[in-house]
Design a binder for this molecule. Structure first.
Ligand code: FE
Ligand code: FE
Ligand code: ZN
Length: 203
C-alpha cells in the first residue's frame, strides 16, 4: 500500500511526463533480491496508477463524446445504444474513482492521447458522412467499436495487473467494467450485422 513518492530521479518529472519513468526499470544493480523485488512491485503500482489516470481521462472524455454520437446517429437503435452506454460510462467513472480510493490516491486524470485521437476520428466520420444516412451509422459503429476495443484492452490489462499486485478488490472493479465494455461492443456488432450494414448498402 505504501507508495514511495520520491525515488531519486525516477518520479521528479512526473507531472509533465510520468509515463516514461514508470516504464523504465531502475531496479537493476540493486544488491539484494528482496529489496529489488519490493522496488519492482512499487514501480508496477506506480505504473498501474498512471494507467488508471489515463483511462479516467478517457472515460470522462467519452461522457462528452457519446451525446454527440447519439445526436448524429440516424437509427433509433444506434442512438439508444449510445445513450445506454453513456449511462454505463458514468458508472465506469464512478468505479475508477473507487479504485483511486482503494489505492489511497487522489482522483486524477491524465490526457489519454489514444482516446483523444479515437474521438477525433469519430468527429471526422460525422463530418464526412451525410446526415440521415445509414452509411453514417455504419461509420459511427466502426468508430465506437474502436473505442470499445481500446477500453477492453485497457481494463483487461488493468484487471490482470491488479491481481498481480495482490489487489483483488481492484481487480473485481476492473473486471466489472471490462464485461460492460464487451457487452457494448457485442451490441454494436449485432446492430451492424442485423440491420444497419445491409440497409446502408441500398443507399
Ligand atoms: Fe467505459
Ligand atoms: Fe490511454
Ligand atoms: Zn465503453
Amino acid at each position: 500500500m505504501e507508495q514511495t513518492k520520491n525515488k531519486g530521479n525516477s518520479t521528479s518529472n512526473s507531472s509533465k511526463n510520468s509515463k516514461s519513468p514508470s516504464r523504465t526499470n531502475k531496479s537493476s544493480g540493486n544488491g539484494s533480491k528482496s529489496s529489488s523485488q519490493a522496488q519492482q512491485s512499487s514501480l508496477l503500482q506506480e505504473f498501474f496508477l498512471d494507467e488508471l489516470k489515463d483511462i479516467y481521462w478517457a472515460e470522462k472524455h467519452l461522457i462528452k463524446a457519446l451525446p454527440k454520437m447519439a445526436k448524429a446517429a440516424t437509427s433509433d437503435e444506434l442512438r439508444q445504444a449510445f445513450t445506454d452506454h453513456l449511462e454505463a460510462t458514468n458508472g465506469h467513472v464512478a468505479r475508477l474513482e473507487e479504485a483511486f480510493g482503494i489505492l489511497g490516491e487522489k482522483v486524477q486524470a491524465k490526457k489519454c492521447e489514444a482516446m483523444a485521437g479515437l474521438t477525433k476520428e469519430g468527429d471526422g466520420i460525422i463530418e464526412d458522412t451525410e446526415k440521415g444516412t445509414l452509411t453514417r451509422d455504419v461509420g459511427l459503429i466502426m468508430a465506437a467499436q474502436k473505442v470499445e476495443h481500446y477500453e477492453i484492452a485497457t481494463y483487461g490489462s488493468l484487471a490482470q495487473l491488479a491481481k498481480t499486485l495482490g489487489k483483488n478488490d481492484l481487480a473485481d472493479l476492473m473486471v466489472k467494467t471490462l464485461e460492460e465494455e464487451k457487452e457494448a461492443d457485442q451490441l454494436l456488432t449485432s446492430i451492424a450485422e442485423n440491420n444497419i450494414n445491409v440497409e446502408a448498402k441500398e443507399e
